[in-house]
Design a protein around this ligand. Structure first.
Ligand SMILES: NC(=O)c1ccc[n+]([C@@H]2O[C@H](COP(=O)([O-])OP(=O)(O)OC[C@H]3O[C@@H](n4cnc5c(N)ncnc54)[C@H](OP(=O)(O)O)[C@@H]3O)[C@@H](O)[C@H]2O)c1
Length: 235
């Protein structure tokens, strides 16, 4: 696996692109506009390993493809070029941005399952949605580093989760398998494993976008937060 395609190249996309290049991958970036709008980002990342393209081209170029756009636009993600591919879904549901999505409101599905429905022949894995983009950038550590952070992943295909685990390992993170996509709710917005898990104990972040320095949540901390989500849901 050598190329990571990006559908969406904003705060999370650009951060993951930087980590990916540092790990030795090439990246192909896209957004909803003319690829020329991404040339400043390509220049900042280094033109030897980054390029800008349309979403269709980025989807086709990626050995692994990251979808990282406002959830309301998930139906824009190109289907055909992603057939058979592993797709990482970082999207979160914010009704104030995305509008009401009744099947998420009534908890009959998860955001990861929505993208999987849209991409029936792809293998969607939910990852990165529960960490602020700045923390994602700053907490990456080499394999074996005692201060490495753990990120939960969820997906319905075991081999796809292994591929994503290897990618996360390469860019600086350990993973904890939270189960199938239906379990992705346990680290979505409002749950204990969401964003604040990567804030030091006692810190009071001003907002989700400005959270101060990060804290590398351990496997036990992530597991406990996921269990707490289940406990709250059962009571
Ligand atoms: N920010 C965080 O810390 C954070 C953390 C975890 C997860 N997330 C989630 O991850 C997703 C991305 O977040 P972000 O903060 O990176 O958002 P962002 O900074 O607003 O970037 C979104 C990117 O998607 C592109 N885009 C929008 N509509 C598109 C479409 N229809 N097709 C292709 N590209 C499109 C945007 O470019 P154009 O508008 O120019 O097309 C932009 O490059 C969201 O669902 C967010 O909730 C965010």
């Amino acid at each position: 696996m050598t190329t990571i395609g990006f559908i969406g190249s904003g705060l999370i996309g650009a951060t993951l692109a930087r980590l990916s290049i540092a790990a030795g991958y090439d990246v192909v970036l896209s957004n909803s506009r003319d690829p020329k709008t991404l040339l400043p980002l390509v220049a900042a990342l280094g033109t030897a390993h980054a390029s800008a393209a349309t979403p269709e081209e980025a989807a086709r170029a990626g050995d692994l493809v990251v979808v990282t756009i406002p959830l309301k636009s998930y139906r824009d993600v190109p289907v055909e070029p992603l057939r058979g591919k592993v797709v990482i879904d970082t999207n979160n549901y914010y009704p104030q941005r995305d509008g009401q999505i009744p099947r998420l409101d009534d908890e009959s599905t998860t955001s990861g399952q929505l993208l999987q429905e849209h991409l029936p022949e792809s293998k969607v894995v939910k990852a990165f949605n529960n960490i602020n983009f700045r923390h994602l950038g700053e907490l990456a550590r080499p394999t074996g580093d005692p201060h490495r952070a753990v990120l939960p992943i969820a997906g319905d295909d075991t081999a796809a989760k292994q591929t994503v685990t290897e990618y996360l390992d390469a860019i600086g993170y350990d993973t904890l398998d939270a189960g199938p996509l239906a379990e992705g709710w346990r680290y979505e917005n409002g749950q204990p494993a969401y964003a604040r898990l990567y804030v030091p104990a006692g810190a009071s972040p001003q907002s989700l976008l400005d959270m101060g320095p990060g804290h590398p949540a351990t496997r036990d901390e992530v597991a406990a937060a996921l269990s707490e989500a289940r406990r709250r849901s059962d009571t």
